[in-house]
Design a protein around this ligand. Structure first.
Ligand SMILES: *Cc1c(COP(=O)(O)O)cnc(C)c1O
Length: 375
């Protein structure tokens, strides 16, 4: 079926990227970060590819994402690490979703769910080693460990992981990296002294950037996200041999000749300086094509790069083809691996002053994901 636009997702590329990361991880396990609909690539199909590529676990932000994976038939261990009051914890425990906790309030809420359901909650305790986002500050860490040990003694929880997250792993040499590693060591030592560590407890702190550049931070498991989708975690250091998985294309909806002096799209930010052919591309800011891309980002059409001309609208934008041929139904490539001369997601991110994560996660629900390279 023809659709106005589609995001083709190369599952073989995802498998290959995960295998490359697994190699980088040495002997450590790999938990694939598949939050936000697998960074916009599609949760269940991509998670299957991530597991096929060598991941043994999956990580999501929210419990609902983990439950969606279970509903999709995924049986691998899943950790949900961003839990706010009132989440469906009973269901999470019933579906064997592992949970993260960083304060007594959440520990107690999880314990209550465990008592209600008769399930033992599998917990990863999060230490704030210097990002000041999630995690228990080190000053509160001994108290958190003590409360967790009480609940463990009661039999309602099991401590299966100790973890943290880097703030600046994508800035090689940033002084906070060393400081966070030291703080993590301290947190692990305190856990060991308290009797909350041990060989069965998984220690983890590395995102994609750390997996690529900090072998000393692998511990028992790495948690890459962006690199699995083939996008570089540290663009300044190149592509690390990763292959971008997503190609965003659209069909030209209308092609027409317009005279010189035609004002194009809202506010007439672009005015033709000659008679020319304009093409209408059926993707807009509601689909994640940032309005800020107006007059900045490029697409591939008719074998050449074309600038987005005139303002990006909610559902569409225009391109100026000059005298090159264009017809309704012709394919326009917004970004892809770059093989055919199309821009990459990295180019879009650089042009728009953002990171690739934001470009791919914003591609909206109206754009169907079409999967290629199934195992
Ligand atoms: C998103 C996320 C990751 C993966 O980060 P990338 O930079 O995409 O590799 C790992 N851990 C946590 C806690 C995250 O939120």
């Amino acid at each position: 079926m023809a659709t106005p636009a589609q995001a083709r997702v190369d599952l073989a590329a995802i498998r290959q990227n995960v295998a490359l990361l697994k190699e980088r991880a040495g002997g450590a396990e790999l938990m694939g970060a598949v939050k936000a609909d697998a960074y916009g690539h599609g949760l269940v199909p991509c998670s299957a590819a991530v597991l096929e590529g060598g991941a043994s676990r999956l990580g999501t932000a929210f419990v609902r994402e983990a439950l969606e994976l279970r509903a999709g038939g995924v049986t691998a261990p899943i950790l949900a690490w961003l839990i706010t009051p009132g989440e469906p914890l009973d269901e999470a425990l019933a579906q064997d979703v592992e949970l993260s906790a960083a304060d007594d309030r959440l520990l107690d809420e999880i314990a209550a769910a465990a008592r209600r359901t008769g399930r033992t909650a599998k917990l990863h305790l999060e230490a704030d080693t210097g990002m000041s986002r999630g995690g228990s500050p080190l000053a509160a860490w001994p108290g958190l460990l003590a409360r967790a040990l009480e609940l463990r003694a009661e039999g309602v929880i099991e401590i299966i992981g100790l973890w943290s997250h880097f703030a600046c792993a994508d800035i090689p040499g940033h002084p906070s990296i060393e400081q966070q590693l030291e703080a993590f060591q301290t947190a692990l030592k305190l856990a060991e002294q308290a009797g909350a560590a041990g060989s069965h407890v998984i220690r983890h702190i590395s995102n994609s950037a750390a997996t690529m550049t900090l072998p000393e931070a692998r511990y028992d498991l790495v948690r890459p996200g962006i690199a699995m989708y083939g996008l570089s975690p540290i663009p300044e250091l190149g592509d690390f041999g990763l292959r971008p998985a997503m190609t965003l294309t659209a069909q030209v909806g209308l092609a027409k000749r317009v005279p010189e002096g035609a004002g194009v799209s809202y506010a007439h930010l672009y005015v033709t300086d000659r008679e020319t052919t304009l093409g209408l591309v059926p993707l807009g800011y509601a689909d994640g094509i940032l309005r800020h891309a107006t007059g900045r980002a490029e697409v591939l059409a008719g074998g050449r790069r074309r600038l987005i001309t005139g303002r990006v609208c909610m559902d569409q934008f225009m391109i100026d083809m000059g005298d090159d041929p264009l017809a309704a139904g012709d394919e326009v490539v917004l970004f892809g691996p770059g093989d055919g001369g199309e821009p990459t997601v990295q180019e879009w991110a650089d042009t728009l002053g953002t990171i690739t994560h934001e470009i791919v996660t914003r591609i909206g629900a109206r754009v169907p994901r079409v999967y290629e390279g199934r195992a």
